[in-house]
Design a protein around this ligand. Structure first.
Ligand code: OAD
Length: 247
């Protein structure tokens, strides 16, 4: 196991640094992860709740889960991990942050512009599964809260959040930017992901294949080829910033 101090030294020696984050980075903001103890997929079988076909077949059932999830995400605030990564990006220590999360907390932690790639899409917009037109989340909030299934005003088709469901393509521009970041970095910092879901789980291999060092912050490290710093991101990453300041 490596220490926050060793990670700080590695960050100092690498340029550019890219970050790959997952649900674990938001656990310290009381957002449940998907897998593991108290994971969302323990309560909601993803084949019943998170596939495109499940959504088409029973949108009311899937919206019941999304409503609950939206309430959790609406109440969530950035934690020390988001703030530390935003600070490292502000200082130029960290470049692109590729996140699988749709909670917007990396962006919320930053004062200024951010370089965040939302590779699993966004919950800020919804698109019609029939005609493709897109609306902002604010248009459907009331209907969703009232327990109704939001529909397209153009064609009455089903509106689905632009967060990626299983069985859907990832947003191509986000994939392109993520691959550029992975191939071009000297160090990839992997934070709070089980690295089980493809194609994102291939990004560490892509980075390592192009010569990058891999580091990981996770209480249960998941990427065998990465140098592990075991611990919650909301404790480890602020400690890394302190070492960059102090050592
Ligand atoms: P997972 O729930 O699969 O994994 C969360 C990871 O975070 C695990 O490795 C935990 O050990 C770790 N973890 C838990 N608490 C942590 C903490 N405080 N600090 C750091 N790490 C912690 O979440 P993801 O890997 O993000 O996709 O899941 C990937 C994708 O699977 C999601 O984007 C979502 C899901 O199905 C879709 O819905 C398409």
């Amino acid at each position: 196991m490596s220490s926050p101090r060793e990670l700080a030294a590695a960050l100092r020696g690498a340029d550019p640094v890219a970050v790959l984050s997952g649900a674990g980075v938001s656990v310290g903001s009381d957002v449940p992860a998907f897998r593991g103890r108290d994971g969302l997929w323990d309560r909601f079988d993803p084949t019943e709740y998170a596939t495109l076909s499940a959504f088409r077949e029973d949108p009311a059932k899937v919206w019941a889960m999304l409503r609950e999830l939206n309430r959790i995400l609406d109440a969530a605030e950035p934690n020390g991990a988001h703030r530390a990564l935003a600070e490292l990006q502000r200082r130029g220590v960290v470049g692109t942050i590729v996140t699988q999360n749709v909670d917007g907390l990396h962006q919320a932690a930053a004062d200024g512009p951010v370089d965040v790639v939302e590779i699993h899409g966004t919950r800020e917009t919804l698109s019609c599964l029939s005609c493709g037109s897109t609306v902002g989340r604010e248009r459907v909030v009331e209907e969703v809260e009232a327990g109704r299934v939001p529909r397209c005003r153009e064609c009455d088709g089903l509106l689905k959040p632009d967060a990626v469901f299983f069985g859907e393509q990832l947003p191509p521009e986000a994939v392109r930017r993520a691959e550029v970041a992975a191939r071009g970095c000297e160090l990839l910092l992997i934070v709070g992901t089980s690295a089980e879901v493809y194609p994102v789980a291939d990004l560490p291999r892509l980075a390592a294949g192009a010569g990058a060092e891999l580091w990981e912050v996770n209480p249960s490290p998941a990427v065998a080829s990465a140098q592990p710093v075991a611990g919650p991101a909301e404790e480890v990453l602020p400690a890394v910033v302190d070492h960059l300041d102090g050592d």
